[in-house]
Design a protein around this ligand. Sequence first.
Ligand code: UDP
Length: 310
Amino acid sequence: MRTVITGGAGFVGSHLCERFLAEGHEVIAVDNLLTGHLRNIEHLGANPGFAFRKHNISEPLLIDGPVDAILHFASPASPADYLAHPIATLKVGSLGTHNALGLAKAKNARLLMASTSEIYGDPEVHPQREDYWGNVNPIGPRGCYDEAKRFAEAIVMAYHRYHKVPTRIVRIFNTYGPRMRLNDGRVLPAFMGQILRGEDLTVFGQGEQTRSFCYVTDLVDGIYRLLLSDYSDPVNIGNPSEITVLELANEILQMVPESKSRIIYEPLPQDDPKRRKPDITKARTLLGWEPKIDRAEGLAKTLEYFRTVL
Ligand code: UDP
């Protein structure tokens, strides 16, 4: 397959590029480098099947020759990033998704769109199944991301129903691993950066809110299976092992026993979801997928990576 990966220089995008090349596909990574970085893909440069295009997918994209699949992963994705770039986030979810769909239609390609557990907002249903419609504040600080992704799902389904474009929607839950940015503001790089610098770990609120963290290679495997499937409704991909933020802070403290870091408490951001855990029944039954890397292994690999970039 000749594949276009938007957001290809980002955290998840760069792991997708790697996986698709390893499977023998051609990859054209497209990224405007707003939150992505060339260092994430520089090791792929020597591969003859790999090409990079610096381009903002919120502007129309022309590609010469055939395209078989488009993976639309371009978007700021951490709360700190989309708060810093709310308009770019809204544009890439709406105009960017429209452009990616236009390219898919022109090339008779299939398109897989990166959606998110943020679709569910601060959920009133637990764990979250794909048929839950969500509880999103459209005008709150997270609205720029949540509503852009909700619009993106809507336009993907419209192209699927009206133009018969073969589409896939993956709803990605919290994911972590090498090539996250230490300063992207997410909880896991925040805690790991803090412990490696000997600073205190900043738990927001009382740390009772929960998340469920999936190691990046597990996520990528789920996405690969979903793309090759013929299932066009949304599918959750995430690790259902749920943990409070405070427990996560303690697990990370235990990984560096010599550390003098302690836990300090800071105010909880507005609209911070209280509980989040994917129901992955669909991924299990439709794709034969489930996560393989548990948190102990994943956290160890990730801490090792952050030591090299600090
Ligand atoms: N969080 C925290 N300390 C930090 C950064 C985040 O306690 O330094 C909390 C945040 O309030 C949220 C959870 O960790 O409850 C996950 O936040 P993140 O920014 O990683 O992403 P989210 O899952 O909210 O999209």
